[in-house]
Design a protein around this ligand. Structure first.
Ligand SMILES: Nc1nc2c(ncn2[C@@H]2O[C@H](COP(=O)(O)OP(=O)(O)OP(=O)(O)O)[C@@H](O)[C@H]2O)c(=O)[nH]1
Length: 345
């Protein structure tokens, strides 16, 4: 049985502060602590300036290092990502650059922490108040230069987060993906099967969005305009990733053929696309012949013969004929794969 799909994992990514915002945050925090120390260090043997500068260094280091570490910890690790979201990441921002940027942020977090320890030691050894202040300035200079180095990575992650966090979550339900040429009757069939207007969820890989509907039993039916509606060889790189992403979403395919050819595609073209989808997707396929309310469809017998190795159901969305049988078979096929348990989760 397939792995449970989590909600959009990128939602957990924290807001990415730009390096100067991070420096400001650290500065404000260290000034606040310094203010408190000015009133509470009376009577101590260590000179006040040393205590204050040391605290400023340690506070700055921990604010920056912790903020950077939080980015790394709250960002989902690519290796553990649900494959659907991994494809989305690849399509939207590129996973290599994403990995590289996270590694740079982790590196910076560690370096800033080390600099904090190193300069805290230096300040303690400084011979005079002027010297402590010089040590702290040097520390700030080194931290700024580390942050400057990771500026492109932070900017990249900021943009990536804003793009990724808004991707709609695909529910972790038994899922049927509808495929077939344009105009064969896919969206009408989706509406008929689910008795409702589908939700339109926008994803980066298709300008038309995915139309998602739910049957009363809780099955998720996904229509994929622009993704599974023409031959693979006509696709560019992004579209190929989209096919792969959809592959991860589907527990089965409902392939729709319009034997009337009113859709503008011949039966042969539609059959060939079906064969291609079968090679690409490793899930059960059910074929629906639509528009069966149309009289005397020429060549229907030959098509049915060609479809011999597939399970085929005839339907008319207009007359609501064959719909109950189709819904039942979808349930059976998903059940045979042990997926109906997802409904109880
Ligand atoms: N006769 C008849 N026509 C239908 C039936 N279902 C859909 N149609 C018609 O077929 C045409 C295409 O239907 P859609 O449901 O939009 O087809 P689609 O495959 O979703 O098209 P795209 O959104 O372009 O991919 C429309 O004019 C529908 O009215 C049916 O059961 N019988």
């Amino acid at each position: 049985m397939r792995k449970s799909r989590d909600a959009n994992p990128f939602k957990a990514m924290p807001n990415i502060l730009y390096p100067d915002e991070l420096m400001d945050k650290a500065y404000n925090r260290s000034e606040k602590i310094a203010g408190e120390l000015r009133t509470t260090t009376r009577g101590l043997s260590t000179p006040k300036s040393k205590i204050i500068e040391d605290n400023k260094i340690r506070t700055t280091a921990s604010v920056i290092s912790d903020n950077l570490l939080k980015i790394v910890e709250k960002t989902p690790s690519i290796d553990n990502l649900d494959p659907f979201y991994r494809e989305i990441l690849e399509i939207m921002v590129g996973s290599d650059e994403f990995k590289k940027s996270l590694a740079a942020v982790q590196w910076a977090s560690e370096i800033v922490k080390k600099l904090g320890t190193q300069y805290s030691r230096k300040v303690k050894k400084a011979p005079s108040p002027q010297a402590t202040s010089i040590v702290r300035k040097e520390f700030i200079g080194r931290v700024s230069s580390v942050l400057k180095q990771i500026y492109p990575n932070m900017a990249f992650l900021g943009v990536a987060r804003n793009k990724l966090k808004n991707i709609p979550t695909v529910k972790n339900l038994p899922s049927v993906v509808i495929a077939g040429y344009p105009n064969v009757g896919k969206s009408t069939l989706l509406r008929t099967l689910t008795d409702a207007e589908p939700e339109v969820n926008s994803y980066p890989f298709t300008t038309k969005g995915l139309n998602i509907g739910y049957t009363e039993e809780g099955i998720q039916i996904i229509d994929t305009p622009g993704v599974l509606d023409r031959p693979i060889y006509e696709r560019n790189d992004i579209e190929l990733h989209a096919v792969v992403a959809i592959n991860y979403l589907s527990d089965m395919i409902l392939f729709v053929i319009d034997p009337t050819e009113f859709c503008g595609f011949t039966m042969e073209e539609q059959f060939n696309l079906l064969q291609e989808i079968r090679k690409t997707f490793n899930v059960p396929i059910l074929v629906a012949l639509t528009k069966m309310d149309v009289d005397e469809i020429e060549g229907l017998d030959k098509l049915e013969e060609d479809l011999g190795e597939y399970e085929v159901l005839k339907v008319s969305s207009f007359k609501k004929e064959g719909i109950a049988d189709l819904r039942e078979r979808l349930l059976d096929i998903l059940d045979e794969q042990g997926l109906m348990g997802l409904l109880e989760e």
